[in-house]
Design a protein. Structure first.
Length: 58
């Protein structure tokens, strides 16, 4: 049981980190976003890279 809780805690930490990174990238000026080819919306990402998704093993 504790192993599962540890896994879930690590997954939540990864999602939080991704969310913080996305927030920082979205706050960049539009010119900089264009220079680094940053997509303006998460919806344009492939389904396999959705940043707020946590897949449970059961």
């Amino acid at each position: 049981m504790f192993k599962s809780l540890g896994w879930l805690g690590a997954a939540l930490k990864r999602v939080s980190s991704r969310k913080q990174t996305l927030r920082a990238l979205n706050e960049l000026p539009p010119e900089t976003q264009k220079d680094i080819n940053w997509p303006h919306s998460v919806e344009s990402w492939p389904e396999s890279v959705q940043p707020y998704e946590i897949r449970l093993p059961f």
